[in-house]
Each structure stands twice: as C-alpha cells, then as structure tokens.
Write a protein that binds this ligand. Sequence first.
Ligand code: NAD
Length: 503
Amino acid sequence: MGSAFSGQLREAHATARERANELSDWDAWIDGRSVESDATLETIDPAVNEPIATVARCDAADVETAVEAAENAFDAEWSGSTPRERSRALSEWTDRLRDRVEELAFLECLDTGKPRSQARGEVEGAIDTLEYYASLCRVQDGRQIATGDDLHLYTRTEPYGVVGQIVPWNFPIWAAAWKLGPALATGNATVIKPAADCPLTTIRIAELSEGILPDGALNVVPGTGSEVGAAITAHEDVRKLSFTGSVGVGTEVMKTAADTLTPVTLELGGKSPFLVFPDADLESAVEAVANGIFYSTGEICDAFSRALVHEDVHAEFVDRFVEAAESYVLGDPLAEETTMGPLTSRAQYETVSGYVECGTDEGATLLTGGGPPDEDALRDGWFFEPTVFGDVDNGMTIAREEIFGPVQTIDTFSSYEEAIELANDTRFGLAAGIGTERTDIAHGAAADLEAGVVYVNEYGPILPEAPYGGFKASGIGTDLGTEVLEHYQRTKSVYVNLDEPDC
Ligand code: NAD
C-alpha cells in the first residue's frame, strides 16, 4: 500500500513538473523580456526530491545588465509617470495575476512544498498587497510648512531610482509582492532576486507583467546569494536595498551597503514567544500557537516557536497542544486535504534534524514527533513530523536559535513579570503572541513585549495595511503599510522666496 502510494506520488509530481515547464523556460526577466543565462541551476520538488526545472543562474554581468535596464526605464518613462498611470499599470498587472491564481498557487506549492491551500492563500495575499499599493499610488503627497508670507516652503518626495530587492524561499511570491508593490508604486525601477531554492513564482509574475509595466521597470535575476545577491548589494547605481532573510546575511548586506552609503531595509529572523496566561481560552490559544508554528511546516519568520505557559494551565495546554500537533495531515502538498507538506530543502531538513538532536542532548523532553513520518509513501521527500519539546529552559539552544521548522518548545512562568522577562530574553524581536481574555493583560503585554508585531488570541493574518517589521536583531525598517512608502522615497525641502511683488 505504502510503496504503491509512493509510486502514485512520484507519478503525480512528474506530471506536475511537466506542467510547470510548459508555463515558462524559467529564464531571467530583464528589460521586459526573458533572458537566458550562461549557467543554470535546478529547483527541487521537496515532496519527492526531484528537479522541477532548470532555472537561469545569473551572475554579476546579468545584474549589470538588469541595473542598466532599470536605470533606462526609470529615466525614460517610469520616473515621469503620474501616480494615476502607475496605479493603472499596477492594477492591470494585478488583474492579470488574479486570473492566474490557481496557476501561481500550483507553482508555489510545487516549488516550496507548502500545502496547496496555503500556497493559494499566499498568492491571494500577494495580489492583495499589489492591489493595495496600486491604490496608494494616488494618495501620496508632500506637506506645506508654515512660515512667513515671504516664503513658500514645502516638501516633495521622490523615488530613489533603481532599488535592489532580495527575498527568501519561505514565502516567495508574498515576499516579492511586499517588495515590488511599494517600490513600483513610488516610481522606482527594481532589480529583484528570488531565492535560488524557490524562484518560480517571482519569474512568472514578472513574465505576466509583459506589455503592462514599462520594459526594465521590473527585472528578476535568479541565482545564488553569493553571485547575484552580492552583486546587487555592492552595485553603486542601486540606490536603495531591501532585504528579507537571515540575520547573518542581512548583516553582510548592511556592511556592504555601508561602502556606498546605500540605505537598507532588513526583515530578518525571529524566535517569537506566545504567552498563555491563566485566564486564556485554551482552545484558541492552542489553535493560535499550532498555526503559528506548524503553518508552512514551520518555515515562517514570525513562528511562535516558544510557547510560554502559566503553570496553572501548563499541563492542560501541553495535552491539548500535543493532540493538535498529532492531528496534522502530512502528505502530497498538491492534495487539498494535506495540512503539512515537506520542508523546502534537504539543507533545511538537516538543520531541523540537528536542532531536534540538540534539544534532546540538552535535556528537553521530546513529547511528540522528532523526525520523518513512518509512511513509506513520504520517504523520498523532506517531510518532518510536527515536533513538541517540553521541559525547555530559555537558555537551551532550541529556545534561543531560529530553527525554521515545525519544532515547538514549551516553557512555564508563574507571574506576569516573569512571562514578559522570558519573552523578551532573546536577541530577536519580530513577533509575539498573547493568549488572554483580559483586556488589561492583552494591552499591557502588547506594550511590554519587544516585538514589531503582536497577535492577541490568534496567529495572522498579515494585512498589507499594517506595517510589518522586527525590533532588535529582527530587522531595520518595515515592509507593508503606508510606512514602507517612506523607505522607497527621498524627501526634498523646497524654499521659494516670495518677495513682495513690485510690478
Ligand atoms: P538567507 O539569508 O539565507 O537568504 C535570503 C536571500 O539572500 C536569498 O535570496 C539568498 O540567495 C540571498 N543571499 C544569500 N547570501 C547573500 C549575500 N552574500 N548577499 C546578498 N544576498 C544573499 O535566508 P533564507 O534561508 O532564504 O530565508 C530564511 C530566513 O529569512 C529566516 O531567518 C527567516 O526568519 C527570514 N525571513 C524573515 C522575514 C521577515 O519578514 N522578517 C520573512 C521571511 C523570512
């Protein structure tokens, strides 16, 4: 039965990969057209560990071409476009993407291994984000500053020109939309690099901009971080950088950007706590924490990877949480009933396995999961069971480092002060969650927690209307909201002398 199903899975995915390759040649997208690169790389289907497609592997010379195309587009057309024209172009593009939700969800699911329903939600979230920035094109303004009658003083905001954008593999299309929407809405031209592991949807949405965005306004250069990412970061004609990824690479990006004094926005990792207070509705708290660590196989930057639970409700929370963890349906990500797919790569599988071993070695108690599922059918892919550790001390490696997989730690607290202290005892500050029915605790903790995003009695959803960014080592600046528009614009003050008219 197992191996028959494994055969079915392999067969279904072979057909799916053929379909993916009918959609595109997976070249770079530069100056409004597909451009082959000298070298290629393979993107892997993590459910069966087979290559999906051969994708362009760009190099520094391709980055040079892309930056030049972006500069030309900016100078020739895009910087002079009116907000209304940009809004219309972005809206037309998003309309075209909306007609392709299923195609894009299929590609995202195949490339990342996340369940199809989640991939569909992220595609819709990406389109919604682009629509939001299409609408914001038309509400941008400067301000007039009060002075004497002999002076007219006002500010105007201007795009940087060419911006460089680098995104990770865990939310490929969504992260790309977070970057592209505000950059294009404010009149910048962009060179974006998707992660080498999951580049398909970013390439595809660029192809679908053909004939709508001016040639060169949006360029996609797939490739490795050390070649393409480093070349974008160091390029002196890239006037603004926006990076989402790990703390280590983000730090390197910032150091390199310092050489050209290029401003950077950094969206980095997390080790987000969820605090379960004694009055919490345990059903909703368990659901929030489970969604916050097992969604997308735990490959989420704002994962609620540390549950901090009041000692009075700890035992019940643990029982319910383990039950929730064991209820996930691991399987073919393309199947609608699957609620957890594989990890996205062998490297991530090895990282997660290493942390689980470390947790056990350091004395935490493994309550469920801890390795690949038994099913023969899933043996070829990078599947990993939902994993829960109890008896975790906040000093343990598994409580301090970002694991980026479906691994939950549970620790206890006995007072509000201790809960906040434990929650903030981390280098990260991306997100935090609060489980309580009391408004004083909800709002008090929201203020006391060092995190850029706070969820009360839920995990997500992330809306484009609100800024999203991390405190401490989780980042600098924000994505989303109206706030991000400031990151893609420079402000100029204009002094106009208004001497008494003498004619
Ligand atoms: P990563 O830092 O390894 O890579 C991110 C991107 O940077 C990739 O495109 C990669 O190719 C590129 N890159 C690698 N080396 C580079 C270099 N030297 N110069 C320039 N670019 C380089 O991260 P990842 O493994 O792809 O993604 C996982 C990380 O991203 C996690 O830490 C996660 O928390 C974080 N993340 C943060 C957010 C957020 O909004 N804060 C969202 C998603 C993911």
